[in-house]
Ligand binder design. Structure first.
Ligand code: IMP
Ligand code: MG
Length: 172
């Protein structure tokens, strides 16, 4: 695997997208406080920029999902870290790094609904719609991208590259 040194999405483009995205989310929240559920680890850097641009009160919670995609035709998703706060009656915004097959987001939104949340919305920094294997769509999307494997700004390959300030394509 080789890192393409030319960013697919530059640090400037990432930062420039934040105000409009935050405005959309703030308007959707209409003044009600949100539980921002950050999906570890990939969404941490994006979420830390996003929450500082929101105009609504937020509480931060974290979740971690692990997917098994071996020989099973349907990937199984196991939630290994869950929020500490009860979500019953709360308005929850799930923040994901990337919506790929959608299995992680489906598992998480189902779980959050099962906890009795008043509402569940999904914000994904990146969306790869061509890879979708489930019927989920993000309520808020940063950027739609083609089917590339991308790293940086929180996204990893084997835990590497998360620190890069821009999004780069990792080429085979
Ligand atoms: P899902 O297939 O939508 O469930 O995505 C699962 C997870 O796979 C995402 O949250 C990412 O952590 C990871 N992932 C999917 N596509 C990429 C990519 O292009 N780069 C880095 N991680 C990815
Ligand atoms: Mg990963």
């Amino acid at each position: 695997m080789r890192l393409n040194p030319n960013p697919l999405i530059s640090a400037g483009q990432l930062q420039a997208r934040l105000p409009a995205l935050a405005e959309e989310i703030s308007r959707g929240a209409a003044g009600t406080p949100l539980v921002v559920l950050v999906v570890l680890k990939g969404a941490v850097i994006f979420a830390s920029d996003l929450v500082r641009a929101l105009r609504v009160e937020t509480e931060l919670e974290f979740a971690r999902a692990r997917s098994y995609r071996g020989c099973e035709s349907q990937g199984l998703v196991e939630l290994t870290v869950l929020p500490e706060t009860p979500l019953r009656g709360r308005h929850v915004l799930i923040v994901e790094d990337i919506l790929d097959t959608g299995r992680t987001s489906v598992a998480l939104t189902d779980w959050v609904r099962g906890q009795g949340a008043a509402s569940v919305r999904l914000c994904a920094l990146l969306d790869k719609p061509s890879r979708r294997a489930t019927a989920i769509a993000a309520d808020y999307t940063g950027f739609v991208i083609d089917d590339h494997f991308v790293v940086g700004y929180g996204l990893d390959y084997d835990e590497g590259y998360r620190h890069l300030p821009a999004i780069h394509v990792l080429e085979p």
